[in-house]
Write a protein that binds this ligand. Structure first.
Ligand SMILES: C[S@@+](CC[C@H](N)C(=O)[O-])C[C@H]1O[C@@H](n2cnc3c(N)ncnc32)[C@H](O)[C@@H]1O
Length: 302
């Protein structure tokens, strides 16, 4: 149902071509994933932790949902396209199970309609209207890595993904993850040039990175000559590249493998919004190399 016209709805559209890019890359990976696992004994689970409505449209996100999230709303023609949940449901062969998590009541109501639209898959779909961090942590605790393999899509507005959630996912050694890391949309903006990071932001950054050494990585003391005296000032050295490198390093510390070529998603003014990263859970050489090869190919192609 691509391009359905719903002119009567007053909705703001979410994202521009970067949204298409991320969904296209997800779609390509899901297609390859189900093909590779088709004749294996595993139960394959698709987990969409920020499922939205099933369509690509979004109401304007509030600041509570993502710091500086206004940056994300760019007007597009009033058309509705498939969102990640619908993309997963139309991937063939089908997954054994779909877990759709969405915290907003309004979007959740809309999401539930997927059951009537995809009737043949209805009994494989589980909906959950709670915070995805707690849902994912519970799910990973009960994950049967002998029988189950999964793909997780983490598509937040901002910094909603807790590091402890990624740790739980990595521990299963059975889930591959596509992560939209909020590089420009939140993280870079929470690192002011003068190094005066408010406590609430520091705490949020620590929960995102799962570490506190980011401060030393992104700031350096520098001595400058004043009119009468020298003075020591903090200088931000955390460029977009440095932030991206640091996050990849953090991912490598917990996952079996991480794609080397994450994709920077830019807005229409060429400002980085997100870094689309891929991490693989399974440490077995064959599984890891296959997943990375596919993901890296998709990331390179765009
Ligand atoms: C960028 S949108 C997702 C778009 C969706 N993946 C798609 O392709 O259409 C992020 C969604 O996550 C939801 N959300 C935000 N924080 C959440 C949380 N902690 N747990 C679950 N859902 C959350 C928002 O309500 C919003 O619908």
């Amino acid at each position: 149902m691509r391009g359905l016209q719903l002119a009567d709805k007053q909705l703001q559209f979410f994202g521009g071509s970067w949204t298409e890019q991320k969904l296209h890359m997800l779609e390509e990976y899901l297609k390859a994933y189900v093909k590779v696992l088709k004749n294996q004994r595993f139960q394959c689970v698709y987990i969409d932790a920020f499922a939205g409505t099933g369509y690509r449209e979004m109401n304007s996100p509030s600041l509570e949902e993502g710091f500086f999230a206004k940056e994300l709303t760019e007007s597009e023609p009033q058309e509705f396209f498939d969102g990640s949940a619908r993309i997963a449901l139309r991937t063939k062969p089908s997954f054994s199970k779909y877990i759709f998590i969405e915290r907003s009541s309004k979007r959740f109501e809309e999401l539930l309609k997927l059951k009537t639209e995809f009737v043949s898959l209805a009994d494989r779909i589980v909906f959950d209207k709670n915070d995805c961090n707690s849902v994912l942590q519970d799910l990973c605790r009960g994950w049967d890595s002998f029988r189950m393999r999964g793909v997780l899509f983490l598509d937040p507005f901002g910094m909603q993904v807790e590091w402890s959630t990624l740790e739980a996912v990595a521990r299963t050694q059975a889930i591959d993850v596509w992560i939209l890391f909020p590089l420009g949309v939140s993280v870079n903006r929470m690192l002011p040039k003068d190094g005066q990071v408010p406590d609430a932001w520091r705490e949020r950054l620590c929960r995102t990175f799962g570490a506190s050494d980011w401060y030393e990585r992104f700031y350096r003391s520098s001595t400058v000559q004043g009119f009468f005296d020298t003075e020591t000032r903090l200088v931000k050295i955390g460029s977009f590249n440095a932030i991206a490198d640091y996050y990849l390093e953090r991912l490598r510390s917990i996952f079996a493998g991480v794609a080397e070529n994450p994709r920077v998603l830019l807005n229409s003014r060429n400002n980085p919004l997100f870094l689309l990263c891929f991490a693989v859970g399974n440490p077995s050489l064959k599984a890891k190399e296959t997943a990375l090869k596919i993901a890296q190919h998709i990331l390179a192609k765009g």
